[in-house]
Design a protein around this ligand. Structure first.
Ligand SMILES: [Zn+2]
Length: 274
């Protein structure tokens, strides 16, 4: 039986992070992600990040993030409540952010974390027009499922509450690989780690990353956009009527389960199963 329940390299689980605002503490955080071979998405407000001295500078974006495989995504130009704005102004907030971040990063920006986590139906229209394919909210769902609609991508947990979901993720990865699998998605702001009263500070967070790293063979460490693109490719697999012929029309290698074993369907390849 074929099941569409695998991520890259046949893994049943994936791990991703999303950090907002482009603050100076991102420099320390990205070092931790690099050390533990994890991938993250950094959501930046181009006005505050690129034109002031308090955040990440434009010339740092490539060496600090992009060259280590991390994603840069939009967080709007000025961090407004998008849903309170005219649709054309929402569009400008997204498109101008894209342009500035693309210039700095040398990558094509396609993701968004909503400033304040808020949005409206018009925001979705502005995103479509600005070619932004996903939007991360600030509403944690505690689980490992992915959304049907990536414009409402609720993460698993804020890092301050991540200890329990991390424990159950590690349990699933190690003890119950037959479970449905899924994505552990942690989000936050790097400046929060500086707060001495925060439930999860720098040291605690490093311990958590180290505990995940021990089980790195069980999950795919990916940016938000890599997960989005992989899932879209998986949805595009064409199947013959008897289900024995599978064709991958995309430029991304995907994996499925064939009688519970991972089966690779390479980009533009057809695979026949018994
Ligand atoms: Zn923000």
């Amino acid at each position: 039986m074929i099941r569409f329940d695998r991520y890259k390299d046949g893994k049943r689980y994936a791990l991703t992070f999303s950090y907002d605002d482009g603050c100076k503490q991102d420099r320390r955080l990205v070092e931790l992600f690099n050390k533990y071979e994890m991938k993250a998405t950094f959501n930046m407000n181009s006005r505050t990040v690129l034109t002031t001295t308090t955040g990440i500078r434009a010339e740092e974006i490539r060496p600090l993030f992009v060259e280590h495989g991390h994603e840069i995504a939009c967080h709007s130009v000025t961090h407004p409540h998008l849903e309170r704005m005219l649709i054309k102004d929402q569009y400008d907030e997204l498109m101008c952010d894209r342009e500035a971040l693309e210039k700095a990063s040398g990558t094509i920006i396609r993701g968004l974390a909503y400033p304040f986590g808020t949005y409206s139906a018009e925001t979705f229209t502005a995103m479509d027009t600005a070619s932004i394919v996903y939007g991360r909210t600030a509403t944690s769902h505690g689980g490992f499922t992915l959304p049907d609609d990536f414009k409402v991508w609720n993460p698993t947990t804020h890092h301050n509450e991540c200890e329990r979901p991390v424990r159950s993720f590690i349990y699933n990865v190690t003890k119950a690989p037959w479970r449905a699998g899924g994505v552990l998605y942690i989000w936050g702001h790097a400046y929060e780690f500086d707060n001495p009263n925060a439930p999860v500070g720098w040291e605690k967070f490093e311990e958590i990353l180290a505990s995940l790293y021990e089980h790195r063979d069980g999950y795919w460490a990916a940016t938000n956009l890599e997960i989005y693109d992989y899932v879209q490719a998986l949805k595009k697999i064409r199947r013959s009527a008897d289900g024995k012929m599978l064709y991958n029309p995309t430029d991304i290698d995907v994996w499925v389960s064939n009688d519970d074993e991972p089966l690779k369907i390479g980009a533009c390849q057809t695979v026949i199963v018994d």
